[in-house]
Design a protein around this ligand. Structure first.
Ligand SMILES: Cc1cc2nc3c(=O)[nH]c(=O)nc-3n(C[C@H](O)[C@H](O)[C@H](O)COP(=O)(O)OP(=O)(O)OC[C@H]3O[C@@H](n4cnc5c(N)ncnc54)[C@H](O)[C@@H]3O)c2cc1C
Length: 425
């Protein structure tokens, strides 16, 4: 079968690889010249099933309101902007801010994340793909007793849903990660270890998986911009690009934060809004003083991942449209916090800032699966966890196209959950 994958981020490139393993004739198109150049470029690098808690929780609306006028706040939301897609997304987000929805959405995300982690581990064994991966788990640290208690409550929910976590004292955190010795002297209240989670460079992975896919015959066409999707009689007939028209037997939509606009005219209303996030990548001058495993600083809403001789620090979210420009006020907290946690790891003079747009759904669950168009498949809306969920959702998409039953249930993952106006029971 000829399959056209729209988008060569970590999601599209991995999907292409699995489709090629199934023997399909695959073409991937992307407006960038190479794979993994947009949101998959410099993210937090975590394979973090432990972050399956959705953004929409009962206390977030009040918290977001308090942060509205703080330019360096971890979550920045300005509803007075003229932005109808944001208002529509925001209303759906608010409907998800209940305890019941938190549990439902957490189960759905965790289902995909756990599966994806297993698919990634198997892929690594099969292909020996290398991407600065570290498989020592993810350590969540808490700077206050109250936050630690809240973290343990989330940890208990995750454990009940199948993700075990170890509760650690500050001393145990330092034993596991000696680079935390400085933090332990000041304000480390405790930690939670998610032992099976991992980290690794998503862009390196994307480049490597794209190479493997190309070796299996996948054609990557860079510098090709999708303009329009044509459909007739319940089938996609072609994709119009700035370079001409592409036809195929099946189509996969993996355009990240840009996915929704191309299927709106087809009657598919995908509530995907970009949540802009920032990262910095820092060359390490004293690697022994830098973390050797991935860390989430829960009090600062930031993640730290060691990528070879670099430290990646990522965080913050801003709901402000599709602009990817760098605001120094939002880069500064990343540098500040890295310096305070790991003061001697680097002089922090050679800092590479980056911003990307997380393709975020109101319930934090990706949109994966079939559509009313028999040959159109969705693999998008992975929000904060696109790297974590890429391998699993790629495998699912390839299974659906091959007519095989996916290995996990797709309940609650499809676009249909939004067609009733917000949530699916
Ligand atoms: C600061 C930050 C930290 C993050 N940390 C983590 C983390 O630690 N762990 C994790 O799991 N996830 C993390 N994420 C989320 C993760 O990076 C994303 O979910 C993931 O990269 C999405 O992948 P994608 O392939 O769907 O999108 P993208 O990587 O954006 O790929 C979409 C592709 O579509 C192409 N495209 C768009 N429009 C067009 C068009 N019209 N024509 C042709 N091509 C087009 C783009 O060029 C792009 O290559 C983070 C994100 C950010 C911003």
């Amino acid at each position: 079968m000829k399959v056209l994958v729209l988008g060569a981020g970590v999601v599209g490139a991995t999907t292409a690889h699995f489709l090629a393993e199934d023997g399909h004739q695959v073409k991937v198109i992307d407006r960038q010249q190479a794979a993994g150049m947009e949101t998959s470029f410099a993210n937090g690098a975590q394979i973090s099933a432990c972050h399956a808690k959705p953004w929409a929780t009962p206390h977030v609306p009040l918290q977001a309101f308090k942060w509205m006028f703080k330019p360096d706040a971890p979550l920045l939301f300005r509803p007075w902007r003229w932005d109808p897609p944001l208002w529509s997304w925001g209303l759906k987000f608010l409907r998800n801010c209940t305890d019941q929805r938190v549990t439902t959405n957490m189960e759905r995300t965790l289902r995909v994340a756990l599966y994806s982690r297993a698919v990634l581990k198997a892929l690594r064994q099969r292909t020996n793909i290398q991407y600065d991966q570290i498989t020592r788990g993810i350590l969540h640290i808490y700077r206050s007793a109250a936050e630690f208690e809240e973290g343990r409550a989330t940890g208990a929910m995750l454990k009940a849903l199948g993700l075990p976590q170890d509760v650690l004292t500050p001393q145990e955190c330092v034993r596991l990660e000696p680079a935390l010795a400085h933090a332990a002297k000041t304000d480390l209240a405790g930690g939670l270890l998610s032992p099976e989670d991992e980290s690794g460079d998503a862009q390196k992975f994307t480049t490597e998986i794209a190479k493997r896919a190309a070796a299996r015959g996948v054609e990557f066409a860079g510098g090709v911009t999708v303009k329009h999707v044509n459909a007739s009689k319940g089938m996609i007939t072609s994709v119009v690009t700035d370079q001409g028209e592409e036809t195929a037997d099946a189509f996969v939509l993996a355009l990240g934060s840009y996915s929704a606009r191309f299927v709106k005219a087809l009657g598919l209303d995908l509530p995907i809004y970009p949540a802009k996030g920032y990262s910095i990548s820092v060359e390490l001058e004293n690697p022994d003083a830098a973390p050797t495993m991935s860390i989430t600083d829960e009090s600062a809403y930031m993640v730290f991942s060691r990528l070879g001789n670099r430290l990646r620090v990522a965080g913050t979210a801003e709901l402000a449209g599709w602009d990817t420009g760098l605001d120094p006020r939002r880069v500064a907290p990343l540098v500040r916090n890295a310096k305070s946690l790991f003061p001697t790891a680097s002089s922090y003079t050679d800092v590479h800032p980056w911003a990307g747009l997380r393709p975020t759904t109101p319930d934090s669950v990706p949109i994966i699966g079939a559509t009313p168009y028999a040959n159109l498949f969705l693999n998008t809306g992975h929000g904060t966890l696109g790297w974590t969920m890429a391998c699993g959702s790629a495998r699912i998409t390839a299974d659906l196209i091959a007519g095989r039953a996916p290995e996990i249930s797709l309940e609650g993952l499809g676009y249909q959950r939004f067609s009733g106006g917000g949530t699916e029971p």
